[in-house]
Structures are given as structure tokens and as C-alpha cells.
Design a protein around this ligand. Sequence first.
Ligand code: NIG
Ligand code: FE
Length: 427
Amino acid sequence: MLFKIAVYLSLDFINMTTLIINIKELLQIENLPKKMVSGAAMKILPTIKNAFLWIENGVIKDFGKMENLPLIIVENNIDATGKIVLPTWCDSHAHIVYAGNREQEFIDRIHGLSYEEIANKGGGILNSAIKLQQTSEEDLYQQSAKRLEEVMKLGTGAVEIKSGYGLTKDAELKMLRVIKKLNENYPITIKSTFLAAHALPTEFKNNKSGYLDMVIDEILPIVATENLAEYIDVFCETGYFSVADTDRILEAGAKYGLIPKIHVNQFNAIGGVQVGVKHKALSVDHLELMRDEDIEALKNTSTMPVALPSCSYFLSIPYTPARKIIDAGLPLALATDYNPGSTPSGNMNFVISTACIKMKMTPEEAINAATINGAYAMGLEETHGSICKGKKANFIITKEISSYGFMPYSFGNQHIDKVFIEGKEIY
Ligand code: NIG
Ligand code: FE
């Protein structure tokens, strides 16, 4: 047998060299790294059947067909007969740092209130902001760490996390410090986004420009000096922040080198895509409502459209028109939007199922969208999102399943056997 050539040393050093052998199918392999996949190319998912994957010091050293397995000495040998191996999910849009939950609003919606009506009554984002303001940094860290551990076990190996439930200087900075601490303490890669323009706090109810002045003049300089965020976000939506407000915030962020990743076209299409493109946004997210001119605006740009199907599912709002976007030749990424109000779930496996079931994406498109395109949408395409020599050893080993299409098909079921992040198994 081929794997006889692998010599077992000691299990104490499992992070040094790990060899996965007899992989039924190894997905999303790359010889020449690419930035993203767009349009018709999203239907192509490069794979190797009967493969090996060789990990050294947290990085992918090599991969290939079992018949080409080189003679190597390994500390940890895993037989993946009948199992599929793929890169971990790249969740480019999440709000994992929050306090408490909004279960009562969930019940209110069951009884007929809309998300908008709840927000207009002072619920919604403002409800989460009050809870977060009253929560200590340590407690907020503990609550958020629990969610982070949960998503890692569900196969997520990189995640973007936003502020935006603070809405005061102290509380926004508290959120960003928690994000920073999570990034320091966990192996998962975390990208941080400053989203103070998420909702207008009650004390600024009739003074939106006063709130924006405070965000720009008082919070943003500290965010930049303390290096607390790489990206800047705005909820560009009727009743929240206008296109002009968004323009102002993005311009202010650019002075500090913050790159835009913005919430647009969730309930209304008001020109958010265009303002994002104008400011060279890395991504424009939500896009439940897409006019032809919004699709046109994204062509020949470097801005990644991002869909959040779990949000559409939970709020019963339209799904992002993935077919229209991809068939126009554009790329598309998929993310969770994990947050207490519109998506209390961080399960990327559910996201890819829902994308196939409700948005008519093929399994290949959904996997591309949730790996390499998700990596691009948080500036991580050089290190994450594919099985490529030199990239981080972030991968999922499934249970024994018939094919990779079984993952989105058999929705809501658990298909993951093991998750590795930077070469270490996550328990
Ligand atoms: O992405 N749409 C804006 N922000 C979040 C939800 C905020 C909330 O309801 O707490 C979202 O869906
Ligand atoms: Fe969001």
C-alpha cells in the first residue's frame, strides 16, 4: 500500500507535518493562484480525485494524486477514504460581536410586525446598541468568543467582523477592541470593519449630521491611530444613511486608508452600489434588490458583490438575484451576516445550501462563492480560499459522503468530520 511509505514519529507534534491520504475528492485546488472567479468560470470547481494533502507548519506544502505521493516523514497521518476535503469557508460579512439577543423581536415578527416596524419603534439595531453599551468589554468578549468557536467548528477559517452595535464613541471602540482581542487569541483570521454608521442613535434622532460629525471627527481618528479596523462600512438604506451620507463617510475613511465594504440594496435600491463603486469598495453586500443599472455599475470594477441568503431566509425578504449577477459575467461571494437581528446564524453550510436551493446557484458556484470569492471580499485571496501550495492549511474534512453536491443537497445536516485551521485541528 502506498501510505506504508509514511513513517509515523510522534503524535505530540501534530502541527508539524500532517498528511491526509486517500481523499475521495480534493476541492478547489489551485496551481496558479487567482484573485477570484467570475461569471461562467464560477461553474468550474477544480478538483483531484483520490488525492493527498501534505501540511507542514500550518501551511499547505503539497497536494496531488495518491499515485504521486512522495516519500515523506509525517507525524500525523489521516486516512480520508470516502471523504471530501475542501478549503474552510471564508465568511466576508458578519457581526459576531454583539450582546444578548433579539428573540422578542423574532416573536413580534411571527405575530406580524415587520423588521422595519420594529426598528421604527426603537427596536432593531438600537435595541442591540443599548444592550451592548451596558455590557462590559470582558462579558462582550466572552459572548462573542463562544460564537466564534461555534463558527470555527462549522468550518469557517476566516471571518470579517463589524462594529456598529455601539453607536457611541466608547461602545464602538469597545466592540473594535473585542474584535482585535479575538483575532489575537484565536487561530481563525479576522478582518475588522468600522460600522458606526449602522443606525442613528436616539440622542441624535433629529441631528444626523451631528452624529456623522462625531463619527468622523471623534471616533474615526482613534480607530485609525489604534489600528482597530481595515475596512469602513455604512448601512446605505432609506431611513438609515443616504447616498450622500455614505459618500461623506467613505471619503472620511479614505483619508485614513480605510477601504469600503458597505451594506447596500437590502430593502431599497437608492444608489448604494454606485457610491460603493465610486469609492472602489472591496465589496457591496446584501443586494436583495438589484436594478439593471446596479448590475451595469459593477461591470469592469474590482468590487465584489456579496449575497447573504440566511438574512433573506430569516426576514422573508427577496434573495439576491445570483443568476442575474453571475450570468452578467460578474463574480459573487456568499457570507452569513451573522447578527442578532436579521441573521442569528453563522453557519456557512446553511448559506451554501440556501444559495443552491433558493438562488439557483450550482454547488460549484456556491463553493467558489464561499471560498475564493469570500477570501477576495476580505483581502485574503493570497492566503485563504483555496488549496494552493503556500496558502494557510485551512481545510474541512467531510464525513463519508457521496459527492460534494451532497453538502448543499442534504441541507441542515452535519457533514463535517474535522476542521483544520493553520494546520491544527479545531475541537
Ligand atoms: O446586515 N442591515 C443592516 N445590518 C444588519 C442587521 C442589523 C440588525 O438588525 O441588527 C444586516 O442585516
Ligand atoms: Fe450585515
